[in-house]
Design a protein around this ligand. Sequence first.
Ligand code: BGP
Length: 505
Amino acid sequence: MATSVFPEGFLWGGALAANQCEGAWNVGGKGLTVADCATYKPHVDPKDYKAQVGMTSEQVAAAVASDDEHEYPRRHGNDFYHHYEEDLDLCQEMGFKTLRVSIQWARLYPTGTEDEPLQEGIDFYRRLFEAMRARDIEPLVTLHHYEQPLALTDLYGGWYDRAVIDYFVRYAKTCFAEFGDLVKYWLTFNEIDSVFRHCFTTIGLLLDRYPADKHEEIIYQSVHNQFVASALATKALHEMVPDAAMGCMLTRTLVYPLDCNPQNMLLAQRENRENYFYSDVQVLGQYPAWVKRYWAKKGIHVDMGLDDEAILACYPVDFISFSYYQSVVDSIDADKREKVGGNLTTGVKNPYLPTSDWGWQMDPDGLHYSLIDMWDRYHLPLFIVENGLGAHDTVESDGRINDDYRIDYFRGHIAAIGAAIDDGVDVMGYTPWGCIDCVSMSTCQMSKRYGFVYVDLDDDGRGTYARSRKKSFYWYQQVVESNGAELDGPFEYPAPADDPGPEES
Ligand code: BGP
């Protein structure tokens, strides 16, 4: 077998988020979340990403009044809440060393503000983490993945009010006290940089409640409150669970200049810096000077507590995690150019890159580039906690799902990670997104599938929720077993009739 460039103990695995997989939206006293309000929207132009995630007060009121799960597919997810044992068996069979999941704040504190957590919620997550440990799967847990209690929107305008900092820290401390013996790797806010792209899912903000000229200031204020909450959660984790580590989580939206026009170079540099603003604060522990100058020029006032900046400086994160799906191109004359969509972003079409079924540009070299760039900037271990291909899968008459396109995608990206490691970058692990098919974040489609494991469920909510192994399941199993050395080797894809089914654990 070829030798591996991946370090021993590399955390191979997969990633899920509670709001897209758990279902059981009204079970165990769980409160409504922002995710429970997201509607099914298959026909939105991917370039018009605001239409995918923009949310109004009227739409939220309609969601609150409705019990429908078809219109609000994240309410049923893939029913991981009831299938997690079987799903973990499949992850174990693929050889997973880790699985990224999230805790729904509203399963513990239905409105986010209760004095005591719900025991039923705690019991569920303890069972889940114990089941992972029983299979030697290291839990990697996000505290806040687009699923905060909806009540905080009415009570505090989402994260606009700093009162939410204390509620979040209390919730985080509950998690560390209840699960700290089982969970050693934590992340605070998923894709914290997405506040400007979709502020309802990230900070529970309904923009129609505020004057338009204040929107930018409100978003900066809210994300400042999240930065402080994240630092205080990091402090609490280090005090309560000294052998645990906290990471930040960034959407890496690598921007290339369209060409070597110096104006385009500067434009791309500025946009990459804007992307790094969030990790700069969480890793370096201070606001970059350009942000404060920008606020001053625009008359933006961010209310900071006396100790806030000291808190940011004292409690930076231990490692950096990020999602990477595609790169973006920009140009000073972008409005005259052909555009493409992406992960809730848009850009100029890159003539060198193929696109996915949803029009996202696939670029493994961009992952290689990003890893080097982030390592050179921060010198902290990097963890790729989301990457993957959303695609239409077909179940053949023999029950097989021949997702060679997904294997090709992963082969390229894993080779890119290996190349970055070879270039001296410290990479901790890799958890492909949606390892078990789940509901899409942007469009709430079930038909946008990312998994190694197929879930029998369609966009209309029809199906048995049965799980089956795609061809990529066996391919990835071999990759993990060889610690990333075997990306091309032959492997068997047994017909589902011969499939042994999940092993008893
Ligand atoms: C990331 C989110 C995930 C996930 C993924 C794929 O930005 O953190 O929750 O869903 O994107 O996006 P989508 O589901 O819209 O295809």
